[in-house]
Write a protein that binds this ligand. Sequence first.
Ligand code: TYD
Ligand code: MG
Length: 471
Amino acid sequence: MAKIVKKKKVGFVCQSCGHVLPKWSGMCPACNEWNSIVEEIVSTKPRVFSPVGAAPANSITGAEKPIRLSNVDTGDVIRFDVGIGELNGVLGGGLVRGSVVLVGGDPGVGKTTLLMQTLSNLSEKGVGVLYITGEESAAQLKMRGERLGINEEKFLVLFSTNLEEILDAVRGTLPKVVVIDSIQTTSTDLVESTPGSVSQLRAVAHELTSLAKQDGIAIILVGHITKDGSIAGPKLLEHLVDTVLYFEGGAEYPYRILKAHKNRFGPTDEVGVFEMGESGLTEVIDPTGFFLSERLESEPGSAVTATLEGTRTLLVEIQSLVVASPLAVPRRTSMGIDYNRVNIIAAIIEKKGGIELSHHDIFVNVAGGIKVNEPALDAALAASMISSYLDIPIPGDLILFGEVGLSGEVRGVSQGDKRVAEAKKLGFNRAVVPKRNADEPAMPKGIEVIGVKNIIGLISSLFGEGRGGKK
Ligand code: TYD
Ligand code: MG
């Protein structure tokens, strides 16, 4: 006889991560979000289980039967070439048919621009496209389209903020790629709360994901970003979609970086670099030296390092200003690089390098407004601070990299040979690197490679013997 197990009717569900609690709580214990727990009907249908060996109690169709993983037909993943190499790369080799991609970024970063250019390219290749906007009128899009020089004939647009209207339009025009700009302005009649609210976002994203999977349509959702840099609304949104991309870059700088944060169809360490210009976004095909373009060579406090972003090597300039502080507690600020890292490196320079920084204000900046975060940056960070303190410039044709440990040791980093090779290509003649990397057989020839073991070695190789050292 079938055993009937009744499931609890109501539960308290975190609207951010979907965690279910037996009772209400101010903070979700799973994702630490405040005020996100809402009472919801979890399930009203009783679950029916059959005893082992008996015929199934529920009517299970063939599709629902478990099958061996080895028998699963993967089919061919069909990818659309979006006509923008940098975007194809970040997507893992093109836009996958039937996938849902969430593109997040600050207002004005260029999400609408990028996606209009993408749809225009696709439409030129004969792929049916539909751009749904709830943010700008169709007339505004047309004006922008003219500026971008997009193909207007095959580019379908719809101004709508209503999901049911959107679904009708999609079924009526049968596009292969749809952009919804934005998910926060779209709402469904099924949910009463205001557009952009958590339950609306959840319901809308759920419907659109089903549409993508059932009809094999690639759907790109635009998502706004909150102050802390995550996509506004529930983390659940990130779980629902296949791919999450973040578009970064400040309005004051022309460059934009597109990063994959999650990708079910490719790696997540790939980045795309773009430049925003008069007629939209253009790709920066070889961004290695892009962030060094305005560097003043041989200024004290400036150090160039090679950092890895996915398969890309970017050369970036770290700038420091170290000045005697009139304050009892000196100021430390950092832009583009982790503040804690700056403090740790300053402490290592003082304790292990013998250079006293505790009465100095320290300001650190990564030139060009790019954000970097990698232990391999430590050596350049340390060198730039010491260079500013000593008021001695680091030679303009020298790059550095290496992780600096708490004992003052300079540790090897991954792909040292690649970093040196890229620097050599851009005309650098010297590289100060961890000893371990310097000893690698693959280290390129034709560039002077100086291996250092610790912070004292780093200081003497750059500024001469006796500059640092324990007092
Ligand atoms: P937009 O794509 O509207 O950003 P988002 O959709 O992420 O809010 O980008 C708007 C910004 O880009 C705006 O500040 C103007 C600038 N821009 C250009 O510099 N060149 C252009 O060709 C276009 C279309 C926009
Ligand atoms: Mg926009």
